[in-house]
Design a protein around this ligand. Sequence first.
Ligand code: 48F
Length: 259
Amino acid sequence: MSLDEIKISRAILDRYFQKLSDCLDLDVAVVGGGPSGLMAALKLAEAGYKVAVFERKLSIGGGMWGGGMMFNEIVVQEEGARILKELGVPAEPYDDGYYTADAVCCMTTLTSKACLAGVKVFNLISVEDVMVRENRVTGLVINWTAVEMASLHVDPLAVRAKYVVEATGHDCEVLRVIERKLGGGLFTETGKIIGEKSLWAEMAETTTLENTKEAFPGVFVTGMAANATFGSFRMGPIFGGMLLSGEKVASLIEERLKQ
Ligand code: 48F
């Protein structure tokens, strides 16, 4: 067999567009491929739902790769260690109640498990808007990150989803678009994004889970976006809360999908 460059190109185009076309109608669309978004996607795919992750950057993983200040180890507490164990990521006890794990091992394992469970990951795609019908989000508006970066005047495409997971981290980009376009209406005290407070690991880890919930009809918020939306603290390089938040958001959405 001799290699034909055109066949290679056609194989990529055929398979990619088959995959994208299949994902234009989803059970759950996850925006952001950081630890919380990937964890949510993994759990929902394991439960049998059709899930895709849209990630702006070339590599998924968000803030987990860099550990703390580029020292690529992460810290979790007991509950987070339980999740690492389930994933098969080695976690070493460190002092009383702390565990450490290799950030790269953690992110690659989580990514691999999610893909093998059936999650379709679309990297290099940014979510720039949502679709709203009768005050409920019904899908995403997506475009190439390259289009966004070059500020090109190119119209986007749309993806329908029964539920959207807002997992864009500190900037809560999905809810910010909703806030801007609808003038509020979020399930916060003010109807708007309250904003992230300064570093307090203990409080932030606890409240991340409380803040993991529906933030607008059809949109569930997870990870750091949950704390930023509901006005809680940042936690720095402790990642258990992110994984637990992803797990929780998946179970909340599963309950809804079963109704
Ligand atoms: O920031 P990120 O890792 O969010 P997370 O899952 O975890 C936060 C921690 O990494 C850390 C922390 C706690 O330990 O404070 O920061 O809450 O991942 C968010 C991902 O979303 C992507 C972004 O590139 C990143 O990979 N993202 C952000 N906005 C968009 C997006 C968008 N509009 N469209 C697509 N992807």
